[in-house]
Design a protein around this ligand. Sequence first.
Ligand code: CP
Ligand code: NVA
Length: 306
Amino acid sequence: MSIRHFLQFRDIDRAEYAYLFDRTRWIKHKFKSYERYWPLEDRTLVMIFEKQSTRTRLSFEAGMHQLGGAAIYLNTRDSQLGRGEPVEDAAQVISRMSDLVMIRTFEQEIIERFAANSRVPVINGLTNEYHPCQILADIYTYIEHRGPITGKTVCWIGDSNNVCNTWLQAAEVLDFNVHVSTPPGYEVEPERANLYGTDNYEEFADPMEAAKGADLVTTDVWTSMGFEAENEARRKAFEDWQVDAEMMRVARDDALFLHCLPAHRGEEVAAEVIDGPHSVVWDEAENRLHAQKALMEFLLLGKVKT
Ligand code: CP
Ligand code: NVA
């Protein structure tokens, strides 16, 4: 079997996502039933973090253990990566000692170079450009609560960051629409998002217009990791781009609210929304575990019959 990487959302096709979402449901059920399922016994996942994390580390590490394998955590500070060892050399070595690698880093180019020199599948655990594992779990969460996402409208409020770019790619792969509203100067960059076209999204100057009739409303921090120097400027530019109760009122009555977390109540989201009736953010966070277990199994074993 040739090596499959998951570096951006479109590395997996629509039929494979249908399989993965079914598989996630099955794996989640197994976990909830306290039934042992060890398809990755004796396999080792290496996790490389060049940025901080709670959910991503926990979900991959716990997930690998629950599938019968082992997970090893490396960060820049404690490894030779922080002392300038070429990423190509690190990839050669790490992939000879493991079965699967997950990387959280800065530029997408770094993970592409790693994957090009890796003997084993590489998973993007967040780059400046994309966060595909997040959207895998987010879409599973939507499906779990509301059914298929095809043809639905997702509203993105705030920064056109890694999470936004991934929603835009996902809309092309799974055929739904995204209404995007960003402050001036922070608009979507289609090339950075690596989109095929502009058919699956529409930009709105007014965030309230973007939210009208949406099936799902989502947002993220105003300042992503690595962009902290822009914090003050962004705080001013984004102040009208908070998802609040008024915004949720113009979305569909049954609209869901998602946030990849960590969240800043009073900035990108009002407490009454993230802690309110539309919000499914805790299910969303938990589903990182189940969806990534399905992903790891798929990358290592292909489609599995149950
Ligand atoms: N959503 C997410 O990736 O969270 P962490 O930064 O805690 O991993
Ligand atoms: N856009 C955020 C997501 C964190 C999970 C960041 O990159 O910091």
